[in-house]
Each structure stands twice: as structure tokens, then as C-alpha cells.
Write a protein that binds this ligand. Structure first.
Ligand code: 5GP
Ligand code: ZN
Length: 129
């Protein structure tokens, strides 16, 4: 059985917390380009990765446009880090195939970061057929 966290409908008057129209993830957050949305909170959006490298591959993306993890302020660490961990726990608990998971982040081009809006890879379902 696969239980998915259903995304809430976009709130009326929804305003993206960033204005970076060049950024693919900002555009997904603003709903100007499509994505499969798994979950959404006030601070985060979770989407399916377009090119999954595991049977379950989600991206946990802060709505605030932050270039990378190294750019987190003390306030970002306090608010977002806790939200991201809670989000990963919720995703894991929502699907038996996601009980065991990997949470990773690429920080900087040299580490494999391609999209310069910070995001966390949630990878799971490794034993899924
Ligand atoms: P990075 O290499 O920056 O850590 O990860 C970027 C991830 O974003 C990649 O796994 C890539 O497949 C995914 N990605 C890039 N463009 C899009 C897109 O337009 N939609 C979705 N859903 N994922 C994307
Ligand atoms: Zn962005």
C-alpha cells in the first residue's frame, strides 16, 4: 500500500517568498512550471525528482530562495533545519517503502549541485521491485 501525503490546494493570494524568476525551483513553487507535488507546508515544498536515482526520489525544497546550504543564516538553521528533518520523518512514515531512507544535499558545483536553490534529496524504496 502506498500512502501519499496529499498537497493542500494553493492558498488564495499565495505569494512566493522569493522573486527569482530565473530559478526553476522558484518557478515550481510559484506554480508557473509543473511538478508532481507530494507535500507542502508554509516553509517547504516536496516534489518528485524529474530524473529519479532511486525508486522514491523526492526533493525537499525550502520556499525561501537560498542558493545553497553554506548560505544558511543562523535563522535559516533554526527554522528550516528543523522543518526539513520533520518533513523527512513525515515522508518516511507516510509510505512503508520509505521507512529506510537517505537524506542528502549537494553543496556547490564541485559536490554535484546543479540547481542553485537549496534542496534536500529524499531517497528511498531501494528494495522496491
Ligand atoms: P542537485 O544536483 O542540484 O543536487 O539536484 C538537482 C535535482 O533536481 C536533480 O536530481 C534533478 O533531476 C532535479 N531537477 C532538475 N530540474 C528539475 C525540474 O524541472 N523538475 C523536477 N521535478 N526536478 C528537477
Ligand atoms: Zn529559487
Amino acid at each position: 500500500m502506498s500512502v501519499r501525503v496529499r498537497p493542500p490546494a494553493p492558498k488564495k493570494g499565495f505569494v512566493c517568498m522569493c522573486s527569482n524568476v530565473e530559478c526553476i525551483f522558484c518557478r515550481i513553487i510559484a506554480r508557473t512550471i509543473p511538478a508532481t507535488i507530494i507535500n507542502e507546508t508554509d516553509t517547504l515544498i516536496v516534489i518528485k525528482d524529474i530524473a529519479p536515482s532511486a525508486p522514491i526520489h523526492y526533493l525537499i525544497i525550502p520556499k525561501k530562495h537560498i542558493v545553497d546550504l553554506a548560505s544558511f543564516t543562523a535563522e535559516d538553521r533554526e527554522t528550516l533545519a528543523s522543518d526539513i528533518f520533520a518533513c523527512a520523518q513525515t515522508l518516511s512514515q507516510s509510505d512503508p517503502d520509505a521507512k529506510d531512507f537517505r537524506l542528502s544535499v549537494n553543496n556547490g558545483y564541485g559536490a554535484g549541485q546543479c540547481v542553485f536553490h537549496v534542496h534536500f534529496h529524499f531517497l528511498a524504496g531501494f528494495n522496491k521491485k
